[in-house]
Design a protein around this ligand. Structure first.
Ligand code: KIV
Ligand code: ZN
Length: 533
């Protein structure tokens, strides 16, 4: 078996696509899970893109020690220096620098000649190499580049010290046979390429990202760039879980393997969906809700007789919980701890206290609690931003006639603030009342609600995307009561917005040499203007 190196770019290519942004704490949480998943490389972000991106890459480099930590940089000194500043703390840092090589990009985007771009690529790699050993070079839009020119650039950057050469199908244009042939041709014609690892990075515009990646592997690529749930620019990147499981299930045919712990796949997918509020489509391969559901009678009959008839891999192999009816009102802390452990969660005492409290509250409302609900209440209870505002009391009225109304009390520091409002339903009324109390009227960009398991008493998860001024935040919460879940998801987005603002205010004060600490805003004032940056 040949080993294929898994380069995860969920936190860079994935995170930069609409709806998938994460704050620093969320990125760290995701990075730790990627470490548990045992990916080889985490691309943690694009440090020059923003101070937030820089800080997130720096923290991941400092705190996640097993995988290589890569940062992205365009092929210029400023980008590369900033990237190095952020990743220098990593146990194994990598600078990933890129420039486009297709004539379309050279003519219309870079407005440079082939000679100029070739020189820039070499200069960038040489400069990066003066900072650290492990250098990846990407020829952006390689899939549409002239092979003569592409080969010339690759040969030159390997000569300059690139340890990894990445061939992106940036716009998801290639067809598997064609992309595999490109990889093979490059291996055959580029002198010195055997000294570097050959990598591919495929986008999914024609739904071919995974097929193209596998075709490249069959033709000698030994690093594959991918994301959890296939998130990424436009239609996304190649999906990590699909590539990993294809290599595992079809290992006899593909003769390659990865070091990924496949049992951590479901948890990684679920965590990402939870952090970003973006659900996974039900029929998504490997991690979708229906991926292992056999509905047709003939299939069910076959699976009951012998799973092999219709199951090419087991749900357990990707870590899908069995959804056993597990615990109820009378289950104790120890049983809860054991159940979480069997689901792969190691809880500190503080986390167990919190989880147990949430569990008993839930057990008061419903008789039987499923594994999936345990995971959701844990995610919900261990939020990573301070709760500037938390829900104390909510009473709503709704129906098919007239307005909805909501009366709400929020804890804010030592105070309890109350107000009520009407709206075109109980959720709208609740959000209007929250806006009045916090003085932070948010624009609701997206809202979704889904039940975690079956049954009328199932826990529901609410996800929101809210815009405050020019900044967007996601929020999520879970409850057996959909209005409460909706209210707390909205408050979660407000708390993230306040936390982010405090963080930025603090860094401005540090930069200005002031030691003053930013206080969260008094309730009731209109703070929308603060966000209109
Ligand atoms: O799609 C692409 O070309 C990229 C590069 C920066 C690797 O994301
Ligand atoms: Zn990309």
């Amino acid at each position: 078996m040949d080993r294929v190196v898994v380069f995860d770019t969920t936190l860079r290519d994935g995170e930069q696509s609409p709806g998938f942004s994460m704050n620093i704490e969320e990125k760290l949480k995701m990075a730790r899970q990627l470490e548990r998943l045992n990916v080889d490389i985490i691309e943690a972000g694009f440090p020059i893109a923003s101070d937030g991106d820089f800080e997130a890459v720096r923290r991941v480099a400092q705190e996640v020690r097993t995988p290589v930590i890569a940062g992205l940089a365009r092929a210029n000194r400023a980008d590369i220096a900033r990237c190095w500043e952020a990743i220098q703390y990593a146990a194994r840092p990598r600078i990933h620098t890129f420039i486009a090589t297709s004539d379309i990009h050279l003519r219309h985007k870079l407005r440079r000649s082939r000679e100029e771009v070739l020189r820039q690529a070499v200069d960038a790699v040489r400069y990066a190499k003066s900072l650290t050993e492990d250098i990846e070079f990407s020829a952006e839009d390689a899939g549409r580049s002239d092979i003569e020119y592409l080969s010339q650039v690759i040969e030159a950057v390997v000569e300059a010290g690139a340890t990894v050469v990445n061939i992106p199908d940036t716009v998801g244009y290639c067809i598997p046979g064609e992309f595999g042939a490109l990889v093979r041709a490059l291996r055959e014609r580029v002198r010195g390429l055997a000294r570097a690892t050959l990598s591919v990075h495929c986008h999914n515009d024609l739904g071919l990202a995974v097929s193209n990646s596998l075709a490249a592997i069959q033709n000698g690529a030994r690093q594959v760039e991918c994301t959890i749930n296939g998130i990424g620019e436009r239609a996304g990147n190649a999906s990590l879980e699909e590539i990993v499981m294809a290599l595992r299930v079809r290992s006899a045919y593909l003769k390659c393997e990865t070091g990924v712990r496949s049992e951590e796949i479901y948890r990684s997918s679920h965590l990402l969906s939870n952090l970003t509020g973006m659900p996974v489509q039900a029929n998504k391969a490997i991690v979708g809700k229906n991926a292992f559901a056999h509905e047709a009678g003939i299939h069910q009959d076959g699976v009951l007789k012998e799973a092999l008839t219709y199951e090419i891999m087991t749900p357990q192999s990707v870590g899908i919980p069995e959804n056993k009816l597990v615990l109820g009102k009378h289950s104790g802390r120890h049983a809860l701890l054991k159940r979480y452990e069997s689901l792969g969660y190691t809880l500190t005492k503080e986390h167990l206290d919190r989880a147990y409290l949430l569990f008993t509250k839930l057990a008061d409302k419903k008789k039987a609690i499923f594994d999936e609900e345990l995971i959701v209440i844990l995610d919900d209870g261990l939020k990573h931003v301070p709760e500037s505002y938390s829900l104390k009391y909510l009473q709503t009225i709704g129906g098919n006639e007239g307005f909805g109304s909501a009366t709400i009390k929020l804890a804010h520091g030592e105070e309890v603030l109350a107000d009520s409002a009407v709206g075109d339903g109980p959720v709208d009324a609740t959000y209007n009342a929250i806006d009045r109390i916090t003085g932070m009227p948010g624009k609701l960009l997206d809202y979704s609600l889904k039940s975690v398991t079956r049954g009328k008493d199932a826990v529901a998860e609410a996800f929101v995307h809210v815009q405050f001024g020019t900044h967007n935040f996601t929020g999520k919460a879970a409850s057996t009561d959909v209005t409460e879940a909706s209210a707390r998801a909205y408050l979660n987005a407000i708390n993230k917005a306040l936390f982010e603002r405090q963080r930025r205010e603090k860094s401005l004060q540090v930069n200005a040499g002031s030691a003053e600490v930013f206080e969260s805003p008094p309730a009731g004032e209109d703070h929308a203007a603060d966000w209109a940056v």
